[in-house]
Ligand binder design. Structure first.
Ligand code: B12
Length: 145
């Protein structure tokens, strides 16, 4: 009996055309043994919700850098909140979330209130995210050897 690898979905907001941030995060996760479903850029919110519902996902990673993150992430989180509880993984968020370059404590608190488990921004974002992954305990399902 082997535990299955943890599964992450990587997504962005529907307006965001940047892709290398998504590819970068996919590599970060795969190097740490994760299986990744990368939904690509300009992701429709419905595709995110449908993917979570259909697959057995342990973590939803939202990456956005075009500056519209704080405006659009709430509607994405709203869609995730409608996914059945059994299929709803923790949500983490990172990148360049607005055009000011920084995000305030109040903005982080609001994101947490909307259901975000953690927010990763700034130069050390990937390092801090890596530590988060080290401490992540996904519910591992046993598969037949
Ligand atoms: C390449 C690029 C483009 C390309 C993208 C091509 C592609 N296939 O990806 C094109 C030309 C399409 C483009 C378009 C636009 N872009 Co552009 N783009 C860039 C650029 C030069 C590089 C981005 C990149 O690929 N970086 C490499 C990746 C690996 O790094 P990254 O994206 O920064 O991600 C890192 C971190 O942010 C972090 N991270 C990101 N997400 C997450 C999530 C988590 C959970 C964690 C832990 C970490 C994390 O980890 C990554 C690795 O360190 C940046 C400027 C820059 N130097 O960053 C601007 C930039 C992102 N673009 C910008 C803008 C404004 C635009 C446009 C609006 C321009 C326009 N007026 O049309 C459009 C937006 C289009 C859209 N609908 O989204 C701005 C965003 C402003 C902001 N956020 O404050 C930037 C910052 C340029 C700037 N200084 O103004 N862009």
């Amino acid at each position: 009996m082997n535990p299955r690898p943890p599964v992450a979905v990587i997504t962005t907001i529907s307006s965001d055309a940047h892709t290398w941030n998504l590819v970068y995060l996919q590599l970060v996760l795969e190097e740490r043994g994760w299986q990744v479903i990368n939904l690509g850029s300009c992701t429709p919110v419905a595709l995110v919700a449908d993917t979570l519902t259909a697959a057995d996902v342990d973590l939803l990673v939202v990456s956005t850098v075009n500056g519209h993150g704080l405006l659009e992430v709430p509607s994405l989180l709203d869609a995730v909140s409608r996914v059945p509880v059994r299929a709803r993984p923790p949500v983490v968020l990172g990148g360049k979330l607005n055009t000011r370059g920084e995000i305030t404590v109040d903005e982080v608190r609001r994101l947490r209130d909307l259901g975000v488990d953690d927010v990763f921004v700034g130069e050390r974002a990937v390092d801090v995210f890596s530590s988060y992954l080290s401490g992540f305990t996904a519910p591992l399902t046993a598969t037949a050897a």
